[in-house]
Design a binder for this molecule. Structure first.
Ligand code: SF4
Length: 497
């Protein structure tokens, strides 16, 4: 059973959260910005309570009964110490990251509003990228992104294809699409950059975490952020062993973060908490001896007083949901001849790429033709399915308009998406066209699959997902090693540099 009671008295808010019997019970005491939870259901409940005074008095009375033991809260003293220690540590130890430089630059002839908006854009892009991968990988992506689209206005002019290309390799392409849609929405509205959590949450793809990061770092709104690093640090500071994915636990962690956030330097404080989790309070090897908040850390205290307890016991390890297995056959179709293609040069051959549908997994991205199966199948079955696809979508028919120069299995690998473990078989099909390329592909029906033919250089330079890039590099290696001697009649070997 969960009881959630709130009241506000002159800017101080007392909250009581009794979680389910299996999880910890907390009572939180915090000084809050009156707007802090203005977007939360709790705030709405609070507003409603204001219009119903007798009920509200009843709630306060019940709250006072429950509040009795405030031992599990960050005390006022601990709150101040944690803020001061973390900020001091952060000022000395923060990593020099390009998006942080953007938030601290000044004196560049821009007014405060322009500087804030520039910073907001940088925080937004970096935070979305950081949700995908490690900081070291993000730096390169971030710098290239900012070179191409230095402001929100520049990004709003980009096409989805350009954005996908820039994002290639980061995964979760939906997030890149939302960045673009969000930029277009803000710019087309002609209004200023949303500067509070509640207005930022209206932008496509911006959730609580990103809104909190932008609002606190760029616009200094006193709001918390909770990412994986913050969850770990808070769970250890308070020795919370509850499941960190549990909805109630998540809600309460947000409240603890809100209690701690420093009112004068909210952005720096939030970054210090995240930085601590990323550098010292790591998942497997926390450096408690150099930690600025070890005196306030209950997990550390428990580990000192009980040999059987480790700080890494907090938070509880959550078993990941099992991934679904599926299988895919990718056919790299290389067209090595036909009207309009002479074979004077090795680079004259063309590769067939198709665009994925605009919805679903990897929406709108380019790949080699493929079929996906939910169970293993014989080579003959896979080839039959590929042949049907090539015939139906591209009118490629070895009995009529093309001849097969070679068809070989190149290899296989496993690619893991967030929830799918996909085994991918790769084959290379080299074709010679008996008709002109334009005759074959001329009926490019808009409703049909979108496709293009590219030479080696264009394929190498385009932004491809990591799985498609892997397919292409396997094919390249295979060709460099020479097609095997038992390939179906080999008329010409085509190599890409
Ligand atoms: S003392 Fe150790 S466990 Fe506690 S916050 Fe610091 S690094 Fe993390």
């Amino acid at each position: 059973m969960v009881a959630l009671l709130c009241s506000t008295t002159r800017g101080f808010e007392f909250e009581t959260v009794a979680a389910s019997s299996s999880s910890s019970s907390w009572v939180c005491f915090k000084k809050t910005n009156p707007n802090l939870f203005s977007h939360s259901p709790m705030a709405r409940k609070d507003k409603a309570n204001n219009s119903n005074k007798p009920k509200r008095r009843q709630l306060i009375k019940r709250e006072e009964e429950v509040i009795g033991d405030i031992e599990d809260l960050f005390s006022k003293e601990d709150t101040y110490k944690i803020r001061a220690s973390l900020l001091e540590w952060y000022d000395k130890n923060q990593r020099d990251l390009p998006w942080r430089r953007r938030t601290t630059q000044s004196g560049n002839g821009k007014n405060v509003k322009e500087e804030e908006e520039e910073s907001a854009y940088g925080v937004w892009v970096s935070e979305v990228m950081l949700q995908q991968t490690r900081v070291q990988t993000v730096i390169d992506y971030y710098n290239r992104w900012m070179q191409k689209w230095p402001t929100l206005q520049h990004l709003a002019q980009a096409s989805l294809e350009e954005v996908n290309e820039m994002w290639a390799g980061l995964g979760y392409y939906r997030r890149a699409r939302f960045l673009l849609e969000g930029a277009k929405m803000i710019v087309s509205g002609g209004s200023e950059f949303p500067n509070t959590v509640s207005t930022l949450r209206k932008v496509p793809g911006i959730g609580d975490y990103t809104a909190g990061a932008i609002a606190s770092i760029a616009f200094k709104e006193v709001v918390p952020v909770v990412d994986g690093n913050v969850v770990r640090v808070l769970a250890r500071l308070k020795a919370i062993s509850a499941n960190p994915k549990d909805k109630i636990t998540v809600k309460n962690l947000w409240k603890l973060a809100a209690q701690l956030v420093d009112p004068s330097r909210p952005g720096d404080f939030n970054q210090s908490l995240m930085e601590l989790g990323a550098t010292l309070c790591t998942a497997l090897n926390p450096s408690c001896s150099s930690c600025p908040v070890s005196s306030q850390c209950r997990a550390f205290y428990n580990s000192k007083n009980d040999e059987s307890v480790k700080v890494t016991d907090y938070p509880m390890k959550v078993v990941k949901a099992k991934q679904r297995n599926d299988f895919s056959t990718v056919c790299v179709v290389e067209i090595s001849g036909g009207q309009g293609i002479s074979l004077q040069s090795q680079s004259d051959s063309r590769f067939l790429l198709v665009k994925r549908p605009d919805e679903g997994l990897l929406a709108g991205l380019w790949e080699f033709p493929s079929v996906t199966l939910d169970k293993e199948a014989d080579l003959s079955v896979k080839r039959k399915l590929i042949d049907q696809l090539l015939k139906k979508s591209f009118r490629l028919n070895p009995l009529k308009n093309c001849s097969i120069i070679s068809r070989e299995l190149v290899g296989e690998f496993v690619h893991v998406f967030s929830h799918i473990r996909r085994k991918i078989y790769v084959e290379l099909l080299v074709l010679h066209l008996k008709v002109g390329m334009h005759d074959l592909f001329k009926e490019k029906d808009k409703k049909a699959m979108d496709w293009k033919l590219l030479d080696c250089e264009a394929v190498s330079n385009m932004g491809l997902t990591s799985a498609v890039r892997k397919v292409y590099s396997m094919v390249q290696k295979f060709k460099q090693n020479g097609l095997s001697s038992n390939s179906i009649p080999l008329r010409k070997r085509v190599k890409c540099s």
